[in-house]
Design a binder for this molecule. Structure first.
Ligand code: XIL
Length: 472
């Protein structure tokens, strides 16, 4: 297994190197990545990936530069790992683990026991065979990934909305005790993994989270090795519960870790600029709540960007639920998360950690900014100097910006001023410096860089500011 995994890891490294240099060339902007800021606070910032994501170099560039924890979106679920009784398939999960290891990401194992994505053969078992099937499944999978996962969601989504346990195949066969049994079985297989119960709509204080609270109290009283509670956090815009912090604190006070495991914030489409500002506020609240709780170990978003998010497929009419847009450009929620983590990547130094929806919002629709870019290029035989002026042509102030443009083939940025530039060739993102993130309506900022070239000294093309194309 380990040889196969090493081979897979090398293949991933090789393909990532071919696919693009984004992950390899991140000079000054790196200190504002979500993961570095989170690590500075003793936490992680995670994402969910499915195997097909690994061939999307843009997605991979964002995933590996921003996130240090990875949850397989589907590949460790029962329908993939044991599609028929006793026949196990860890290939897809192994590929994701290899990818994570190649990029220094830890792994949240997801999940061992769940009513959904459960193959039909389990639900059709006579009830006196369910316990053995569950224990075999948990033991085999947790043993396979022993030492390679940071945590396991041992039981996923066990609760009904009223705080009673869901009457699924496991509950029906074994009663409440199936949960303790699954956790003990996982612990025997991988004693070092943090063992979680994970559910949605338990982020605030309500009947469902009360049910979870009573259950974990009783598990702890029985000496069951539960380590944490996962709050999925699939939010609807503007509906982050005001009791989320207090709720996390009460679980932490029991001696458990808590984690935000599947964060997204869905918006009824089309998303307006005001929606995206509200989403920024929501993300900021969630990140701040986690930071305020010592035992909150990290925040994971469910997916990398809007283009790979599960939301449009699961909630008709909704989308735009993540920090990155359809083209993997950062949205206001990204900037807000960076700010909440104490960074300044993409916002002026005076920006509040919770953006307001009025004067600090960016100008144009879709979170972009109405902009005009003028530039001059002065070239010599092997190099050039590019000066760029970015003007805010909208009626709202821009507060934190990312200017994306495409360099001509063969050009590589060697140094720049008044922004950080990453990567150094191809499609480049210039992120504002701490002192020039704010552009007043009608105002402008000047930035620039030097680059080497191999004969083509053309000016950059396709400028966009915060995701919106700029006129020239
Ligand atoms: C989702 C996946 O993202 C989808 O691809 C799949 O079709 C359904 O499951 N709660 C969970 C996750 O714990 O496993 C779910 O993932 C989203 C809700």
């Amino acid at each position: 297994m380990h040889n196969r995994r090493l081979a897979a890891a090398l293949a991933v490294v090789a393909s990532a190197a071919l696919a693009g240099s984004l992950a390899l060339v991140r000079p000054a902007a790196a200190d504002t990545s979500l993961k570095q800021l989170a690590e500075g606070k003793g936490k992680y910032f995670g994402t969910a990936l499915v195997q097909s994501n690994l061939s999307n170099s843009t997605l991979v560039g964002v995933a590996t530069s921003q996130f240090d924890m990875m949850t397989p979106g589907n590949e460790m679920k029962w329908d993939t790992t044991e599609p028929s009784n006793g026949s196990f398939n860890f290939g897809p999960g192994d590929a994701l683990v290899a990818f994570a290891q190649a990029h220094s990401m830890r792994v949240r194992g997801h999940n061992l026991v769940w009513h959904s994505q459960l193959p039909g053969w389990v639900s059709s078992l006579p009830s006196n065979q369910v316990q053995a099937a569950m224990e075999t499944h948990v033991t085999t999978e947790a043993t396979h990934y022993k030492g390679e996962v940071y945590s396991w969601d041992v039981v996923n989504e066990p609760f009904n909305e009223d705080g009673t346990l869901r009457q699924d195949a496991f509950y029906n066969a074994m009663g409440t005790g199936y949960i303790a049994d699954a956790i003990r079985t996982a612990h025997a297989a991988d004693p070092n993994a943090k063992l979680y119960l994970n559910d949605y709509n338990i982020e605030g204080e309500n009947a469902k989270s009360n049910g979870m609270y009573s259950l974990v109290q009783s598990l702890l009283a029985q000496g069951v090795p539960i380590g944490g509670v996962g709050l999925e956090s699939h939010f609807i815009l503007g509906q982050v519960p005001s009791t989320m912090l207090a709720n996390m604190q009460r679980f932490a006070a029991l001696g458990l870790d808590v984690a935000v495991t599947e964060l997204d914030d869905r918006i009824q489409l089309p998303a307006s600029s005001a929606n995206l500002q509200q989403q920024a506020t929501d993300y900021s609240t969630v990140v701040s709540d986690c930071l305020a709780v010592t035992r909150c170990v990290g925040v994971s978003q469910w997916g990398v960007g809007d283009a790979d998010s599960w939301i449009p497929g699961a909630f008709s009419g909704y989308g735009a639920a993540t920090m990155y847009d359809q083209n993997y450009q950062p949205k206001p929620a990204y900037t807000a998360s960076v700010n909440a983590l104490g960074g300044s990547g993409g916002s002026s130094s005076s920006s509040p950690s919770t953006p307001t929806s009025s004067s600090s919002s960016s100008g144009g629709g879709g979170g972009g900014a109405a902009c005009k870019v003028s530039d001059t290029v002065d070239a010599w035989n092997t190099g050039l100097t590019e000066n760029i002026t970015i003007s805010d042509t909208g009626s709202a102030a821009v507060n934190g910006w990312r200017l994306v443009f495409t360099l001509a083939p063969g050009q590589t940025i060697t140094n720049g001023w008044n922004a950080t530039y990453s990567p150094s060739s191809g499609q480049v993102t210039a992120t504002n410096a701490s002192y020039d993130g704010a552009i007043a309506p009608g105002g402008s900022v000047s930035i620039g860089f030097q680059a080497t070239h191999t004969g083509n000294a053309a000016a950059p093309a396709s400028f966009s500011l915060n995701g919106q194309a700029c006129s020239s």
